[in-house]
Design a protein around this ligand. Structure first.
Ligand code: CU
Length: 135
């Protein structure tokens, strides 16, 4: 009984570890819907070229905006947030997919990702880009 329980715990731990410790990647595959990014958290190596493959499965236009470190677009993306944009891919039409590249920030940390279409942040189009020191 205990042996079986131990085996179960061990398997669960191994599964979680292999699943949770997704290291930094230079390719991001992201699906957009109304109104979320799937997945909504990403880990990339600092300063590396990142390929972003986006599919907009929603019915309206969406955006992928990375805010600068320690900034946030708040409840809604406004004019004053423009200066805090690190990088963005704007106006991705519904039903479209595209592949673009950008250079990851050189400073490790957590960067906010948002969709700047009015109302979409409030509806949940937020993500986190985690930048880790490149090896
Ligand atoms: Cu959106």
């Amino acid at each position: 009984m205990y042996k079986r329980l131990f085996a179960l715990i061990l398997c669960t731990t191994v599964f979680l570890a292999s699943c949770g410790s997704s290291g930094p990647t230079t390719t991001l595959d992201i699906t957009m819907n109304d109104f979320q990014f799937t997945p909504n958290s990403y880990t990339v190596p600092a300063g590396k070229e990142i390929t972003l493959n986006i599919v907009n499965n929603g019915s309206v236009v969406h955006n992928f905006v990375i805010m600068k470190l320690d900034t946030s677009a708040g409840e809604a993306f406004n004019e004053e947030d423009e200066a805090n944009v690190f990088w963005q891919e704007r106006d991705i039409p519904a039903g479209n997919d595209l592949s673009v590249t950008f250079t990851a920030p050189t400073e490790p940390g957590e960067y906010q990702v948002v969709c700047r279409t009015p109302g979409h942040i409030a509806s949940g189009m937020i993500g986190t880009l985690t930048v880790v020191a490149a090896e």
